[in-house]
Structure formats: C-alpha cells, structure tokens
Design a protein around this ligand. Structure first.
Ligand code: ADP
Ligand code: MG
Ligand code: ZN
Length: 477
C-alpha cells in the first residue's frame, strides 16, 4: 500500500537592507550601478584596512526583530565564514554565527484550513554580501559593487507543512519587510533571495526525514513549484523503497525540475571564528526603544485599526494595507475629507485598472491622491455624476492634466438647474405615460424608465437626486 507523507519545510531568506552605505565601509549601497563604481580598498578585500559597522544596518536589524516578535540580543558577535570564491576577495564573509542579533521570533500565516498559524523564526543575523561574477564569451568578470552590501538572513523553524504555507510565509514576510522599509524585497534584483529546505515523514510520525535544500529560486511561484515537484519525486522514491539523499539542489524554472548541485559529503566546512577586527555588537534597550517608537503599525495592526475606526470590512481593509505606498495614497485621499469606502472603491477599481494597464506602481500614478480626492468630492457634493467622474478620471490619467482643469474646461459639471430638469422630466412623462402611472400606483422602480431618457438627452449630466425629486413631484403632485 502507498504510504502518505507529510512535508516539513524550513526557509532561509536573505534580504538586502535599505541603507545608504555598505555594511563596513562608506561606499554607496547600490549594487545595480555601473560595475565597480561603488568600491574601495575595504570592500575589495585589500590588506591593512579595518571594517566599521554601519549603524543604520543595525537599526534595520532591530526593526526586523521587532516585526518578527523576536528577541533582540543585547550582545551579538560577528564571525568570519571562510570559503574561497573569486567574488569574495577577502576569502571570508563577515557574518554572525553562534550569536546572532535576532532569535526566537515568529510570523503568522494562514494554514490549509484557513486558520492562523505561527511559523517560528529561529534566528536572523547581519552579514555582508559578496561581489558578483559574470561569465560570458571566453572570460569571466567580477563586479564588486555588491561586495559588502548589508544583508539580513532570516532562518525559519521547520514549521511549514505545505508549499502553500511556504508561499504564504514568504508573502507575509515580504509584505512586512517592504512595509517597514527594511528592504525593497525585489526578487528580480536579488534584494530578496530564498533557499528552501524540505524533508518528508510518514503522516502521524514525529521524526524528521532526510532534508534536501533547494537554491536559485527566483520567485515565490518557483518556490511553490519546486516544493511541489520535490514532494512528488520523494514520495514516489520512498514508496518504491528508495532513500532520499541529503543534497543541495538547484531549481530549473524553464524545465520545471530540480537538479543536484552537490551532496552533503562534499558540503563545505566554513571554519567560523569570531571576527577579530570588530568588537561584539552591543544593542541597548534605549536603542531598541528608539526604533520601536519610530515604527509605524504593522500591516495587520493597521488593517485592524481601519476596520475599527473607519468601518471598513476585512477585505477592503486588507486591500489598503497590502503595501505601504497604497496605504499612504489612501490616507492622503482620506485627509481631504473623502468617505473611506468611496476612497477604497476608486483606488481599487478605476485607479488600479489604469495602473495595471499602464504597468505602473501606485507611486507613479499620474493622478495624485489629492486630485482623486477632489474628484470624489465633486460626486459626493452632487456636482457631477459618477459616470462623468469616471470619464474625467481616465482622461486625467492619460493626459496627466489636473482634475480641476479638466472639469472646468469640459463643462462636465452636473445640471442642477431645476427649470431645465423640469422641462426634460415633463417631456419624459409625456413620452411614457404608462411608466408615470405605475410610479403613481406605488411602483417606485418604474421611475427608471423616465430617468433613462432624461439622462440620454442631458448626456448624463442631469443631477440624479434632483431629477428624481422633480419627477416624483410632477407625477404625484
Ligand atoms: P544549514 O546551516 O546547513 O543550512 P540549518 O540547521 O541552519 O542548516 O537549517 C537551515 C534550515 O533548514 C532552517 O530553515 C531549518 O528550519 C530547516 N530544516 C532543518 N531541518 C529540516 C528538516 N529535517 N526538514 C526540513 N527543513 C529542515
Ligand atoms: Mg542552509
Ligand atoms: Zn567600500
């Protein structure tokens, strides 16, 4: 009989920290610049230079620790991780081994059953990035811009039980880290990198099986696909009486399969030892407090506040707390005195649609939050219909013109002139006396047949509320 296995998953994540300069020198933290323009004797590994720790990187580490509900360790120790690679000019990477700055935290994710589950964070430590080798033609080139860029490595407990849970963990982590400006988390730029650890065990048993590690994953979807592939492969292997070997693998996204990179027998021994050129890192309670006080609410906390104070439902509150930039845009619209629900509707229908079609982020929106607020207020004040507002919005987005200017020049405002509305209403009643008598008999819905023609003749500009009132007065006397 086929046995069923339960996947056990743990993730290691590297985040490039959003600092101005590198981890141990004053070079610009800009890995994507023209190759080898942000380098100095220190980050190219020359002799006789000493590292100086970047305070900002430490603050971002503390912030991450607070977001992960973890211990921020008052003393942590930098250590040398020794290995040879052409893009690592010192022959070692400065990292933290036995004493990381962060330990014992968690992230909440949704599990299969839709319940909230805590995924443990074992540790998070500060380290420096290596340079970048580029191979092409008959030579290899090295760019040291990335050498010494500050990283935070976040290691989870083996607490995830499905590819979807791993996906949810990554999504939540990224959302939080980007929200707090700890990292830009752009996977395409290598600002967020994921290594996956997986083992299987028979359902109902405790003991972990043999673990494999998958590297080179370039999207969260790739993580999910690679895990799904490996779970299937290992299940089949185990059911055929085979054994899983402890291996490091690569994911080939194009082929949709894993490849063996190396087996554990040839795994590296890093010969860690404390970095003699840096004293132990000391973090005081006052420093932790300072970071804490400057921290905004986390996405989940902000979501709850919006539900409680603005009366938004969970779905809408979730929408506006997806990203920091969306939240900022939303709050600017609110500040202008617009109803929360109307703001959400506009941001996630018209604005989101236009942004998506133009492949833009909300930060690049041609219509500013203030302009959108002005437009919504015109509708709320009964000055224009929502149909016209949508047209004006689209035009403002496409032409980058201000909403105010477009409204003025198009004469788009609503017809509130009662005399004019009455002329149109009388004509509509005369053309459709049947609808009028139905309204009179109490069928309120029948009024639609009279509103329609007036809207048509007024090109959508008749003030709907006023028109309704006038029609009712004319019919019911
Ligand atoms: P290494 O330094 O060799 O990568 P670690 O002990 O630091 O090893 O573990 C790295 C990751 O592997 C962690 O995220 C951990 O949760 C995960 N892990 C450890 N054991 C297992 C296992 N049996 N199955 C799945 N994941 C595991
Ligand atoms: Mg590992
Ligand atoms: Zn430098």
């Amino acid at each position: 009989m086929e046995q069923t296995f339960e996947p056990v998953i743990g993730l290691e994540i590297h985040l490039q920290l959003n600092t101005a300069s590198k981890m141990f020198c004053s070079c610009k933290n800009a890995a994507g610049s023209t190759p080898n323009t942000n380098i100095c004797p220190l980050c190219t590994g020359q002799l006789g230079v000493l590292p100086t720790l970047n305070k900002e990187a430490v603050k971002l580490g503390i912030k991450a620790g607070l977001a992960l509900k973890a211990n921020i360790n008052e003393i942590s120790v930098f250590a040398r991780k020794n290995y040879f690679y052409p893009d690592l000019p010192k022959g070692y990477q400065i990292s933290q081994d036995l004493h990381p700055i962060i330990s014992h935290g968690y992230i909440e994710v949704e599990d299969k059953a839709g319940n909230t589950k805590k995924i443990g964070i074992t540790r998070a430590h500060l380290e420096e990035d290596a340079g970048k080798s580029m191979h092409g033609g008959d030579c290899s080139l090295i760019d040291f811009n990335r050498s010494g860029v500050p990283l935070l490595e976040i290691v989870s407990e083996p607490d995830m039980r499905s590819p979807q849970e791993a996906y949810n963990y990554l999504t939540n982590l990224k959302k939080m880290m980007a929200w707090l400006d700890i990292s830009n988390c752009d996977m395409e730029k290598g600002e967020l990198r994921v290594d996956v650890n997986l083992s299987l065990r028979p359902v109902g048993t405790e003991k972990f099986g043999t673990r494999i590690e998958i590297k080179n994953l370039n999207s969260f979807k790739a993580v999910k696909d690679a895990l799904t592939y490996e779970i299937e492969r290992q299940t089949k292997l185990l059911n055929e009486g085979g054994k899983v070997l402890q291996q490091t693998m690569l994911w080939d996204d194009a082929k949709g399969q894993t490849l063996v990179m190396r087996s554990k027998e040839t795994a590296q021994e890093y010969r860690y030892f404390p970095e003699p050129d840096l004293p132990p890192l000391q973090v005081t309670q006052a420093e932790i407090e300072e970071v804490k006080n400057a921290m905004p609410l986390l996405p989940n906390e902000q979501k709850k506040v919006y539900m409680d104070t603005l009366g938004l439902n969970a779905y809408d509150a979730g929408l506006v707390t997806q990203e920091r930039a969306i939240k900022d845009y939303f709050e600017t619209v609110l500040k202008e005195g617009v109803q929360a629900k109307a703001a959400v509707n506009w941001i996630f229908s018209d604005l989101a649609g236009k942004l998506k079609a133009a492949n833009l982020e909300i930060l690049q929106s041609p219509v500013s939050a203030k302009d959108l607020a002005f437009l919504i207020k015109q509708i709320e004040g009964g000055k224009i219909s929502s149909k016209i507002a949508k047209e004006v919005f689209a035009k403002a987005f496409d032409t980058k013109e201000s909403i105010k200017k477009l409204l003025e020049s198009s004469g788009a405002s609503q017809v509130n002139d009662e005399a004019q509305l009455e002329v149109w209403a009388k004509a509509a009643i005369a053309a459709n006396p049947k609808a009028a008598s139905e309204v009179k008999a109490g069928n309120a819905k029948a009024i639609g047949a009279l509103v329609g023609p007036v809207m048509k003749v007024s090109k959508g500009k008749a003030n709907p509320a006023l028109l309704n009132k006038i029609l009712n007065r004319l019919i019911k006397g």
